[in-house]
Design a binder for this molecule. Sequence first.
Ligand code: ZN
Length: 292
Amino acid sequence: MGPRDGLQNEAPVPTEAKVELIDALSKTGVERIEAVSFVHPRAIPQMADADEVWRRIARNSGVRYSALVPNLRGAQRALDLDVRDIEVVVSASDTHNRKNVNRSTEESLDEAAALVDLVHGVGGTVQVIVSTAWGCPYEGDVPAERVLGVAARAVRDGADSISFGDTTGMATPGRVTRLIGELRSAFPDIDVNLHFHNTRGAGLANVLAALQLGINDFDASVGGLGGCPYAPGASGNIASEELVHMVEDMGVDTGIDLDALLDVASTAERIVGRTLPSQVLRAGPRTRLAAS
Ligand code: ZN
């Protein structure tokens, strides 16, 4: 999701650089790319050219390209461009949801239900992202019952999958284990994706905790792109190549070419014109030996 969650939180880059990044990612073996978000350009100027980016991507048939939308209007814009895999965010924290989309969590859940009907009507899929799942910068801890209640409502309303978002990097492995444990007893079968930011350095540790509970779908951004340049302390998603580097060595076959991904991470650095936080990009993979 570097092209979306990453670039949305960097200084704006040209359309052709976005297309270049998405097309390069599509050749690394990743199965899914969250390419753009259809938000109001006043809210997020970095995504003002989403329509054009979406039209110009060189489609790889092995990749599912998805888009994030904030509401029904964004979903309609996406469907008009033939987007069929759509994500929508609902914050478990009412305060965060109001700051984000200017309405209550309940109101956003109502809209998400209508959005699911709209997207299903044309054969698409919807992932509902429950954000602030491990804490809210305004409210602090968000009770697990609240987080699971929001997820339960989305599932009941037809969401094809659920994602839990650690929006501002407040998760720790212990908290991941507790929430996923409770989720699994409530919904043993639902497809779950986890979205961690590395704000406090716990990103990969959180992945490891979730892997041990059988979760195998994680968001990541190439190079660790993201981390709003205007918000001190903000940080991007876990870096895709750090995630691949770690789990491949644990015997997980991701199907992703790590060297190709590292090349894309270098491209991402060139595009945003700054050093990205990925440590595997700095040090190289563990299999790369020093010249003797
Ligand atoms: Zn995020």
